[in-house]
Write a protein that binds this ligand. Structure first.
Ligand SMILES: CC(C)(COP(=O)(O)OP(=O)(O)OC[C@H]1O[C@@H](n2cnc3c(N)ncnc32)[C@H](O)[C@@H]1OP(=O)(O)O)[C@@H](O)C(=O)NCCC(=O)NCCS
Length: 175
């Protein structure tokens, strides 16, 4: 725990307490020549929305993005549409958190949202003084569905850490 972490801030919290949404209108400067939204713009919004969920889970301080993975774009988003992203923390480790992010789009003139993307991002809480990882509150696991969610998240996290080890090994090979 950082010297600046309030003692009661490590009490377990439900994932639902971190749930947050973000919405925006797709403008021409965000699209490709075919008039559909750039994937990179959507990823940035997804990262921002996931980060807010992670900050809500921690309740104070700083976080950084450690990984964005498993993002699947299901369908295009067109200029002039409204995009809404919803994120929620689905796993908390010692200093890291996973957020699930879901993205919907809809035309402005009717409330008919369609799912256009889903994915996960991992955030790490940092000490504001030295930017070293600090502990985060555990995620409350009360129901059978919470436990299943936790098990699935741990499996995803294990895959990410294997990928990270591989990336670090490749970095050493290049030097
Ligand atoms: C993420 C970062 C803070 C991790 O720092 P570190 O000194 O390597 O710390 P650790 O190895 O102790 O990792 C801290 C936690 O993050 C997790 N983690 C680190 N890299 C991860 C990855 N690629 N995927 C998933 N989890 C990861 C670790 O498992 C650990 O989790 P835990 O404490 O819950 O068990 C560091 O790699 C970093 O600063 N990266 C750049 C972040 C950044 O700038 N992002 C913006 C985009 S460039």
């Amino acid at each position: 725990m950082s010297p600046h972490t309030p003692a009661d801030s490590l009490a377990p919290r439900p994932g639902s307490a971190s749930r947050v949404s973000l919405s925006t209108l797709v403008t021409p400067d965000q699209t490709n020549p075919y008039g559909t939204l750039h994937g990179g713009v959507l990823l940035r919004l997804a990262d921002e929305c996931g980060a807010i969920a992670a900050i809500r889970h921690v309740g104070h301080g700083q976080i950084t993005t450690a990984a964005i993975d498993s993002f699947t774009f299901i369908g295009p988003v067109f200029v002039g549409e409204r995009v809404e992203l919803v994120a929620e923390v689905t796993y908390a480790g010692r200093t890291s958190m996973e957020a699930f992010i879901e993205i919907h789009a809809e035309p402005l003139h009717k409330a008919e949202p369609r799912k256009v993307g889903v994915g996960y991002a991992v955030y790490v809480a940092l000490c504001e003084l030295d930017r070293k990882p600090v502990r985060v509150p555990p995620l409350l696991c009360e129901t059978e569905s919470d436990r299943r969610r936790d098990e699935e998240a741990r499996a995803r996290q294990a895959i990410r850490l294997a990928r990270r080890a591989e990336a670090l090994a490749h970095r050493e090979e290049l030097h």
